[in-house]
Design a protein around this ligand. Sequence first.
Ligand code: ADP
Ligand code: MG
Length: 870
Amino acid sequence: MASYRNGKGPVKVDRTQPGATANLRASSSFKSRTSNVRRASSGANSDDHVSGRVRVAVRLRPQNAEELVADADFADCVELQPELKRLKLRKNSWDSDTYEFDEVLTEFASQKRVYEVVAKPVVESVLDGYNGTVMAYGQTGTGKTFTLGRLGDEDTSARGIMVRAMEDILANISQGSDSVIISYLQIYMETIQDLLNPENDNISIVEDPRTGDVSVPSATMVDIRNHKDFMELLRLGEAHRVATNTKLNTESSRSHAILMVHIKRSVAEMESDITSENDHSSHMGNTFKPPIIRKGKLVVVDLAGSERIHKSGSEGHTLEEAKSINLSLSALGKCINALAENSTHVPVRDSKLTRLLKDSFGGTARTSLIITIGPSPRHRAETASTILFGQRAMKVENMLKIKEEFDYRSLCRRLEIQIDKLIAENERQQKAFEDEIERTTMEAHKRISEAEMNYSDALEREKMKCQMDYMESIKKLEEKWMSNQSKYGNSGFTNGSRGGKGDNHVYEDVTELQKMLQKEITLRKEAEEEIHNLRNSQLLWTEAGANADVVKLKKLLDDETHHKQKLEEEVQLLQSRLSQLTFESGQPRYTQYEDQGNGETSSIANIHEQVGLQKILSLLESEDPNVRLHAVKVVANLAAEDTNQERIVEAGGLTSLLELLRSRSFDETICRIAAGAIANLAMNETNQELIVVQGGISLLAMTAVDAEDPQTLRMIAGAIANLCGNDKLQTRLRSEGGIKALLGMVRSRHPDVLSQVARGIANFAKCESRASSKGTKKGRSLLIEDGALPWIVQNANNEASIIRRHIELALCHLAQHEINARDMVSEGAIWELVRISRDCSRDDIRSLAHRTLTSSQIFLSELRRLRVEI
Ligand code: ADP
Ligand code: MG
């Protein structure tokens, strides 16, 4: 802030009185009023920016060479007290009048300081959208042009207000959206001439009937892009001014030079911080607010010499010229007098100059006047009149008004672009939607017909199997019956010897025993029948009273009962032998496993010890699906124990399990159990590599495609997830369809499946991140390549905490590598990261997310663009 801005109110010490000479009062009267002088504290934040009073500074020119000689014996007619902002004008050697100004600039004041106290506040206001005027008034030769128009070509410190103002303006506008346009005019003998195009020598003033604003539309307007352009135009204008004045046989001190600078600024550009502060919610909202533009106009006026008013008649000027000079300058004086005295009539229309400066005095502009004086006592009268002019001008109050308007045109353009974008987007989405429907319908048809086919196949197979089982059972029963028949007939009970080793013998034994059993059963039945008969006859006899016979028969009955008991015992013994033999005789054992099997690991372990691992594994290849099923159950149970895993793999169990997945006839139960066993084995690194070497990834992937039961999918996903945690298997997992299979399994929405998928993705992302950090992996994440990101984003906030954790970790791993950042921004993963960085209940994940967000330039710039704080 320039120290020159004073508070409102009178700053002149002495009240002016009517009559030019009476205006200058003695210093004695000043002293008595000192306490009443109101002055602003320098640099204070006073509310003067609302005040529109015309500010006046006085500048004293140093003595020139001629004055040094001519005035050597005389004292200067003025004495400055810059610290008090006062000027004393000597009346004679003992008396002087004291005046106070907004700023008092001594002969030593630098051009920079003059700019800063006189013009800079005005330039700042113009940049804020106000009109502003800087004008120099004074006798010819006192430094008006020096103050305003010096270019400072040789000595930059000599640059005047015009040059410095333009430097400030260009430094403060944005090149893209704002504009700076200048015109440069001269008023001579009530005609306005264009200094940028001398042929344009009679420019008329146009007044807007609505706003009352004046403009000179026919003047040349030049768009200024840089300071060099401006300097060239100033030089050009100066050259034309000299040429014009030479042609008209006059000098520049007889004309008024006026530089007009029109500035148009877009408020959205300037104040985006303020407008968007409360507008985090939608940047769409901004789109519909018309941008505001501010138009400021800076007018710099280098007036004709003020002495002309008085001297025009006496120095032989042409009447016309004298009148004209008089006209503009005296009209200006009259206007200022009228305004200073709050007169109802201000004769603005009396001259071109006052019309052009209508806004500068008594209008809406911020106006600074610099009055220039010389020290020579010979020009005391001129100096006094200049000071008087300045004092009056200080009383003029302007009403500053911002020139702001809505830029509907640019809003319209912006909305049109927006609408076009939306139309295109809508069309794209419509098309995508239709394609998706078509695809889904086709897929559904395909699946229905597949399901129908599978169902009828399965039905047919099941039917066939039942029939065959039935036939087989019938056949076996018949055979058994036949052999029983023949055995019973041939060898009887005594032939119980097993004869030798081997299945045939065992079978023979069994058959024999069965026959014996059968025979015993028949005998027992006969005996029971006989007992029954006897009981009946005993009754009859009792009734007849034949007691002796009864005793006999009773004894017989007892004997029979005893015999029956013995037979029953024998039957029991035979049955237990039969079951033992059945257990030892090979294939039928699996029936027994099934009976004992259901979940009883201890008995399975026993079986495994009794039968041997090799034998069980060989049964995995059995033709009989039942046998296969039981065998795979046993192996799966064994594989669940860490201690068995190595033995199973050594014995080729892993290969056999994979072979089960490879088998053409898809049996989901077997697949489920086999996949579970593989998942268990896949927990160790060596096994993981073995699985991959044996084509396990594509086998698991294929099985995943066919499987429907969520538990099967869970096992497969679990197995793949384990593989995902191995650094060496990354590329193979991708190339052999492991990742795709993992993602495919999300079709089952079962949380058990999803949590395995999420675990796999997290494992994979972790290994990948490790490889990228080590530099062994280049390029985007394979997960992103395989299209995993949309699912990841969708499930990052899954309600199941286990799924959420896995995915949160996966996102953090992905985000650590800048190469993934663009995709993460475009797929919306960045918002999940923001959420994680804010809401995740685990401190380590939350801070990891925060760290990754803040260390990526892409993320940071996206967040800045959408004004999201993290
Ligand atoms: P005006 O435009 O008021 O007629 P000029 O600006 O042409 O006056 O100044 C007249 C002479 O006085 C010029 O030679 C100028 O260099 C010199 N001059 C004016 N003011 C100063 C100053 N403050 N310091 C040094 N020289 C000055
Ligand atoms: Mg001049």
